[in-house]
Design a protein around this ligand. Sequence first.
Ligand SMILES: CC(C)(COP(=O)(O)OP(=O)(O)OC[C@H]1O[C@@H](n2cnc3c(N)ncnc32)[C@H](O)[C@@H]1OP(=O)(O)O)[C@@H](O)C(=O)NCCC(=O)NCCS
Length: 176
Amino acid sequence: MHPVTRTSDRLLLGELTLDDVDAVHAIYGSPEATRYLSFEPRTREQVGHIVARAMVSATTTPRTEYSLAVRERDGNRLVGFARLALEGQEAGTIGFALRPDRWGLGYGTELVKSLLGFGFDSLRLHRMWAARAPENAASRAVLLRAGMVEEGTIRHHAYVRGAWRDSVVHSRLATD
Ligand SMILES: CC(C)(COP(=O)(O)OP(=O)(O)OC[C@H]1O[C@@H](n2cnc3c(N)ncnc32)[C@H](O)[C@@H]1OP(=O)(O)O)[C@@H](O)C(=O)NCCC(=O)NCCS
């Protein structure tokens, strides 16, 4: 499916363009925003490659990866990066990050609900899941409020900053 456009109250999920590299770097280059993610802050050059790859995967058939811009409907400014990747049988995994100056406004919850709506309604998925760092309390709050139940722990899921890290898995089924 390309191009993706999905609106919620205040946010718009849409395709990335090369003009978005600086705005994505404000998130993926930020130590604060990447603190609980499975990678260290990215350089602008690395973010350029990430956006370029996202644009290629967006037009690949069949499309299995949806790396999307999260924009404020008011002003069209990019404030987040979201990813939904298809894997397994009618299943998708999601990831998301917002610019730190937009945290605490309810955008995270709105974004996850929007991603779930996209996966279940538009892609007809059966299962969607997300993995978070055990200490990531904001992500936990958002995932639970969006109806993604805690499933369990993947032990030593990611090797980050010189150490193995567990992940807590959340999921929601189309039938929930
Ligand atoms: C996770 C993230 C998307 C949340 O976005 P957000 O817009 O602030 O989320 P919301 O405003 O919808 O809700 C955040 C909730 O977390 C709570 N929260 C935030 N920090 C917290 C903390 N340190 N401890 C406990 N709860 C916390 C807030 O109180 C709020 O809950 P409430 O509304 O019940 O009070 C955002 O913090 C982010 O981009 N983090 C960096 C990337 C990341 O960790 N992504 C998740 C990967 S799994």
